[in-house]
Write a protein that binds this ligand. Sequence first.
Ligand SMILES: CNc1nc2c(CC[C@H]3O[C@H](OC)[C@H](OC)[C@@H](OC)[C@@H]3OC)c3nc(N)[nH]c(=O)c3cc2[nH]1
Length: 373
Amino acid sequence: MTETFQFKLLATDGKARRGEVSMPRGTIRTPAFMPVGTVGTVKAMYLDQVRELGADIILGNTYHLMLRPGAERVARLGGLHNFIRWDRPILTDSGGFQVMSLSSLRKLNEQGVTFKSHVDGALYHMSPERSIEIQGLLDSDIQMQLDECVALPAEPNEIERAMEMSLRWAERCKAAFGDQPGKAMFGIVQGGDIPKLRERSALALRDLDLKGYAVGGLAVGEPQEVMLDMLDVTCPALPAEKPRYLMGVGTPDDILKSVAHGIDMFDCVMPTRSGRHGLAFTRYGRINLRNARHAEDTRPLDEQSTCPATRDYSRAYLHHLIRSNESLGGMLLSWNNLAYYQELMAGIRKAIEEGRYADFMAETQENWKRGDL
Ligand SMILES: CNc1nc2c(CC[C@H]3O[C@H](OC)[C@H](OC)[C@@H](OC)[C@@H]3OC)c3nc(N)[nH]c(=O)c3cc2[nH]1
């Protein structure tokens, strides 16, 4: 824990990095997986469970929280940490991505975005400055710049326009954020699937000397190899001594490979959202518990796990709960999946420390092929 935001590189293995982000509210071991807590809750989980599984930081969602309960209300209630009872770091997205993906966007121009709330249809205008103000009202520890994320495939000039506007918005967000030693504002690299735009975005953000950098505009429908190719261009253009956060990623395989390309931080709804729909992540691959073949299978998901959801409940019971759409089904599979993701991150961190990341990656991927033993 430190009074300021600091990132230390502890070990590297090829491009894979083992590091540590220290902030007043706590230390983040990297590579890190950050569970998504959209509207102030990691869905179907208690936050002390989330902590026990090894999460050092969770995400909050500016777009959802500004609409309900409202950023000023959260501030009046003492900020997000007190509201949701999580006293460790919280990272919030700026809201731009959610506006484009969730609301009926009315206008997007140099000033910012104007949109109608998907909650009550009210009209909102969010500028780069307002986004940073909202994240400040939420008392967020790591705040993201407002950016424009373009879905792929897209026209090169459209990708270039959005990337350049995002750079101007990064400068405005940096000015609005000012000097908050114990917090950080990350820039977001854009540039779609065009290497020279990616490099231009990363180098321009590097010149802003920000505390950390997100790689945005990926995991938006492009093939995995395109995402990895963009990391090959982007990571070398970013400062080695700052953390790198790949937004919205991903599956366990995406994470393994992105760590090997130099990424430190990840977030994805995959473990929680797919858990609610009956998908279990295990050491031996994925198991879809909706499938009738589990109806009388008395085995747990993995009897060698230390996680009760993984070790103590039969697949037959999980199948029954999911088929019956019972809350406990989503709770147990969210628990199992977050446990698996954190176990994977712990294995990744240890393998980098011991200089055997390539072997760890190969073994892990081999185990996934063993399937539903
Ligand atoms: C999936 N592929 C994916 N997700 C991208 C998110 C959103 C991350 C966001 O994704 C959900 O919001 C929708 C999560 O809520 C469900 C948010 O957690 C609070 C999370 O915030 C960091 C991006 N956000 C910004 N600001 N810029 C991006 O370029 C970007 C790219 C993404 N790709």
